[in-house]
Design a protein around this ligand. Structure first.
Ligand code: G3P
Length: 221
């Protein structure tokens, strides 16, 4: 099975504004060459810019479980969808929300037909997130995020254990893993541990040549 790769641009300068479009274009090109789905998660203000300029799946970095109405400053699922996104991250370790809010965000996103990726930090929270029925749970040990040390090598058990826990709870939920992933061997190892893909950021966004870095990432699949 081909993996799903989701590139989170965070608030990196390299991935802001026109930079987001440039990196999204690299995702599109490498995705097309390799036949692997490479999605991009730009900042909220860049979702429309990227989705309208590049033929690539776009995810929001966050979404709130609110409806239409009096919710100033919130991220409304309908607006995210209208901006051109196909999915959203929820509960990234840099944008944590409580369990009740994760549930309402998942429900709001699903109501608009958006794919949902709930991020978690360990096996126990992965199990809790899976019970909410998202499309994907992405397990990322926070201490490895941005470290350049791949979770698939440093903590394979958190990936394996997450896959086992999710299978027990809801076999329709798929597991992604992330933190420190940047090379082809990291993606290959992640797949061998039972995940269906990876969520990654700095290794590509901050690379001198993001397109070349993406080509390396998919080179062993
Ligand atoms: O959302 C992806 C992420 O938190 C992992 O970051 O820089 O370790 O690939 P990084």
């Amino acid at each position: 099975m081909k993996p799903l790769i989701v590139l989170n641009l965070k608030t990196y300068l390299e991935g802001t504004g026109e930079g987001a479009v440039r990196i999204a274009e690299a995702c599109r090109a490498v995705g097309e060459e390799s036949g692997i789905e490479i999605a991009v998660a730009p900042q909220l203000c860049d979702v429309y810019r990227v989705a309208s300029q590049v033929d690539v799946p776009v995810y929001s970095q966050h979404l709130d479980g609110v409806g239409a109405g009096s919710f100033t400053g919130h991220v409304f699922a309908r607006c995210v969808k209208d901006a051109g996104a196909v999915g959203t991250l929820i509960n990234h370790s840099e944008r944590r929300v409580n369990l009740a809010d994760i549930e309402s965000s998942v429900t709001a996103a699903k109501g608009e037909g958006l794919r949902t990726i709930v991020c978690t930090n360990n096996i126990a929270t992965t199990a809790a997130a899976a019970a909410l029925g998202p499309d994907f749970v992405a397990v990322e040990p926070p201490e490895l995020i941005g470290s350049g040390i791949p979770v698939s090598k440093a903590d394979p058990e958190v990936v394996r254990g997450s896959v086992t826990a999710v299978e027990r709870i809801d076999a329709d939920v798929k597991v992604l893993c992330g933190a420190g992933i940047s090379k082809g061997e990291d993606l290959k190892a992640a797949m061998e541990l039972g995940s269906v893909g990876v969520l990654l950021a700095s290794g590509i966004v901050k690379a001198k040549d993001p397109k070349a870095a993406l080509e390396d990432l998919v080179s062993l699949i």
